[in-house]
Design a protein around this ligand. Structure first.
Ligand code: GDP
Ligand code: GDP
Length: 437
């Protein structure tokens, strides 16, 4: 299921990052806790009632060569309108309505996305009256909140999750592999789409339409159906903020949510940069199958060791994604291109792989026999049994006497044993410990 994306929009200093931190809390994106990953908070995962959603604070987008506040907030608003499902429009209750607020309001007003108006810095009951002037912005009820005290957030989040789109019907059948191409600008995403489709097809016709087909590109190869997600997005060019990192990540978020398999493109000519990790990290955290595609391989001077060395660099940089296969190719010359789709099929299968409980438990028993679980103050972790509860990504629940005693390192050990037995190539896996009832 695709998680909805919530964007927080507003001029600087209204409290966006304070509220972002409140919503995301300790549940920072999993990858950010992994070694080797920076802690830039570009996005996080929020949870309210039964809903999981991604949150992004669109603040901090700076227009290069132009320090104008209005232009920056406008860029944020445009980004949020294009890429999110619900927008939290945040204003400052102490400051009242400013010119920049009105500017954002005007843009958001035309958007066909649900908007929830949050008036921050309502720190005490006396300030409650300060919210009324914000009715004039035209977004209905203003929700008074305080980032400092954490008050009012419940009502705000009720309104946010209440505006989530209805669970849309599955757009494509189970037999269609949904592929997202992600990576920083100029890495070769649209070139690769063109290369895959062949000369005879130009990506995305300009046919206007309200259906998803207008932005996705379906094709069939050797009897297998695929759809490339959000091909239209790859074609967009020319917005001033296009090269900002938040933009890249946010664009990628939506495509990844709708996909089964993420092709994480790396520029073979330039190497790996921090931004590649953020985009890849999102695919991991969203539980999608992933393949590293090292593009522009034609530009690299090679000998027999080059590929191995580059692979090692990828492994060093993406410690949290050792499961993802690596494919080297050139979208331009099409060399090695034929290697890609078979790997896509393979990881899509592994992403949907389901292991029978008795087979899984044989492997767990063997693993436990070789390397018994840890003890703590004389007590030993006891594993009763494990069962795979879902696919996409494969999710396994391990029933134990005391989940507190399951350490990260032992979980990793079990995961490695499970992978050694069943593969799960190219897919993240989730392992949870539960108390046996
Ligand atoms: P952003 O630029 O919109 O991300 O705003 P920040 O989250 O960085 O907050 C700007 C300033 O407002 C900081 O000094 C915060 O401590 C302060 N602030 C945030 N929330 C509140 C609040 O609810 N009440 C008050 N009084 N100050 C707040
Ligand atoms: P996108 O922004 O990720 O969609 O990247 P594009 O597909 O627009 O490619 C950016 C630039 O890189 C273009 O000038 C392409 O011609 C070039 N390019 C893409 N793939 C390759 C490749 O495999 N080899 C070389 N040499 N250039 C490439």
């Amino acid at each position: 299921m695709a998680r909805p994306i919530v964007a927080i929009v507003g001029r600087p200093n209204v409290g966006k990052s304070t509220i972002f931190n409140r919503i995301v809390g300790d549940r920072l994106a999993i990858v950010e806790d992994m070694p080797g990953v920076t802690r830039d908070r570009l996005y996080g995962v929020g949870e309210w009632l039964d809903h999981n959603f991604s949150v992004i604070d669109t603040g901090g987008i700076e227009i290069e060569g132009d320090s104008e506040l209005l232009k920056s907030v406008r860029a944020q608003a445009e980004l949020a309108i294009e890429e999110s499902d619900v927008i939290i429009f945040m204003v400052d209750g102490k400051a009242g309505i400013t010119a920049a607020d009105s500017e954002v309001a005007e843009l958001l007003f035309r958007a066909k996305k649900p908007i929830v108006l949050a008036v921050n810095k309502i720190d005490n009951i006396k300030r409650q009256d300060d919210i009324y002037e914000f009715y004039s912005l035209g977004f209905g009820t203003p929700y008074g909140i305080s980032g400092s005290h954490g008050t009012g957030l419940g009502d705000l989040l009720d309104a946010v999750v209440g505006s989530f789109p209805e669970n849309e019907e599955e757009e494509y059948g189970e037999d269609v592999i949904r592929v997202a191409l992600i990576g920083r600008p100029n890495v070769g995403k649209s070139s690769l789409v063109n290369a895959i489709l062949g000369e005879d097809r130009v990506i995305v016709s300009d046919v206007a339409g309200t259906t998803r087909d207008a932005i996705d590109t379906p094709f069939e190869r050797d009897g297998q159906k695929y759809v490339i997600i959000d091909t239209a997005g790859m074609r967009k060019r020319g917005k001033v903020y296009e090269n900002t990192e938040k933009y890249s990540v946010m664009r990628a978020m939506k495509a990844i949510e709708r996909a089964d398999v993420a092709l994480v493109l790396i520029n073979g000519e330039e190497g790996i940069i921090e931004q590649d990790k953020h985009v890849a990290g999102y695919a991991h955290e969203a539980g999608k199958a992933a393949i590293f595609v090292v593009n522009k391989w034609d530009m690299v001077e090679k000998d027999e060791k080059t590929m191995k060395e580059f692979s090692q660099k990828i492994r060093d940089h993406f410690l949290f994604m050792t499961y993802a296969p690596i494919v080297f190719l050139s979208a331009k010359t099409k060399s090695r291109l034929h290697k890609l789709l078979p790997v896509v099929v393979q990881v899509a299968e592994q992403h949907a792989l389901r292991i029978a409980t008795h087979v899984l438990n044989d492997v767990i028993s063997d693993a436990v026999a070789i390397n018994p679980p840890p003890t703590d103050k004389g007590r030993r972790l006891r594993i009763n049994y494990a069962t795979q509860v879902t696919v996409k990504p494969p999710t396994i629940i391990v029933f134990v006497n005391d989940p507190e005693m399951m350490h990260f390192s032992y979980e990793r050990y079990l995961e490695n044993k499970i992978r050694a037995a069943f593969g799960f190539v190219g897919t993240p896996m989730r392992l949870f410990s539960r108390k046996k009832s």
